[in-house]
Design a protein around this ligand. Sequence first.
Ligand SMILES: C[S@@+](CC[C@H](N)C(=O)[O-])C[C@H]1O[C@@H](n2cnc3c(N)ncnc32)[C@H](O)[C@@H]1O
Length: 184
Amino acid sequence: MDEIGGLRFAISARSFFQVNPTQTERLYRAALDYATLTGDETVFDAYCGIGTITLFLAQHARRVYGVEIVPEAIEDARRNASINNISNAEFAVGAAEDILPRWQAASLSPDVIVVDPPRKGCDPRLLDTMLQLRPKRIVYVSCNPSTLARDLRVLEDGGYRTVEVQVVDMFPHTVHVECVVGIY
Ligand SMILES: C[S@@+](CC[C@H](N)C(=O)[O-])C[C@H]1O[C@@H](n2cnc3c(N)ncnc32)[C@H](O)[C@@H]1O
């Protein structure tokens, strides 16, 4: 069990969890800032892990939907929603590039999409679906600036503008950084 920004998180062995809790809170707060939620929004959180960002955003949105490929992480996410008394979050197991088209087919229409992919970045099919869904804002959390730049090119060619990038030093004394990007 760990605590970030007032929320408590259960983490099972096969689930991803950020390694630096102090900086993780900064990272999630930056994601929340760029999402600029008023309480009315529908939000998709792709690559949601144990639901950390999803539950952060759920407190400020109408409804949030998280998707993650590791089934145990989604079990954790559902448990974490319950531990924190959050009832407006739904979670799905699967590849984000498969699940977002299903949500689209079910007429879900997100105001904001958050993505936090692994180092290889977003699947091209996911980027394509995001461009079709056309949310007002996209928040991209990335641990790899080169795949981030590649994916931003696709989003910019699709009509979005990269408005701000915040770098968070999650891994001090290494060359690695985490970036949070507001894309409108
Ligand atoms: C960088 S972690 C982010 C997790 C979470 N947002 C957090 O901050 O703790 C990336 C997550 O994406 C998941 N993942 C990898 N490929 C995926 C895919 N194609 N669709 C959905 N989730 C995927 C991994 O299992 C991992 O939990």
